[in-house]
Design a protein around this ligand. Sequence first.
Ligand code: 13P
Ligand code: SF4
Length: 329
Amino acid sequence: MTAPIRENLSGLDLRAEIDRLRKERNAVILAHYYQKPEIQDLADFVGDSLELSRKAADTDADVIAFCGVKFMAETAKILSPEKIVILPDMDAGCSLEDSCPPEQFKRFREAHPDHIALTYINCSAAVKALSDVIVTSSSAETIISQIPESQPIIFGPDRHLGGYLNRKFGREMLLWPGVCIVHEAFSETELIKLKAQHPGAPVAAHPECPPHIVDHADYVGSTSGILQFAKSFPGDTLIVATEPHIIHQMELALPEKTFIGAPGADGNCNCNICPYMALNTMEKLYIALRDLEPRIEMEEGLRLAARKSLDRMLEMASGTIGKGDLGQR
Ligand code: 13P
Ligand code: SF4
């Protein structure tokens, strides 16, 4: 697993050092909503997977410090090959990516030659290279609605997002059997108990949740969609069924409202912290900016092959402005 930090950084003002290095390196710090609050607070931009891809494609910076997981930093490198892309901890993976080894995915594709491959962005560059179109949870609806109903589709690696889209659009996409370990851990029994304690509080859920959680949701959407919903729902309490670090943005925007993370089987919401996202720390971000390591490197043939399906997503999602999403149920 991750190598421990061997140097003593205790005397350093990490925030000031990160600010100094960001200027010196002409770096942009991009952070996902699932990052620790201190990292979200110093980032130049915080967003969902689609918004972060767009920022990575557009930035003028020389260095992209990606505070998220590896497939996100790889996406930044695919879209901005001339830039140095650093990830504070190279072990920040994703259970969805792990569930989908490229060789097996290739065989799955070959077994269904008449199908196109619509693939969730939470996968390796090699799986992107084997795909026709990439989607994020905020672009999936816009993109699916542009594909003729007669066109058979395989969807991977998230069977819950794929199943949700199948139900919503009446499609029969063949699903790869991957799951997000974080969203899989919510408990329906505990959620029902929590709803009873807060009568009238709506539930906002990410579509990576299994159907027994999504079925209790008033709103289903990407992280940016959930954030948008939190800013517009009329009540004072919201139950949030996604990784709980997003609640930081809700509390910043709406300090007068109450946001409660949906619980896991022990009744506690902390079991839903993404262990991969949590590997990034202030210390590791500081070292990454100082040393410009660990760095994402990619063989050019693979990058170009992966870029095709990502470019198709960016074109097909062009009407999707972050919030444009799976939406109200
Ligand atoms: P979005 O931010 O695109 O909704 O993705 C959620 C997620 O699980 C990222 O790993
Ligand atoms: Fe992967 Fe789930 Fe963590 Fe997102 S929250 S990075 S999908 S394990």
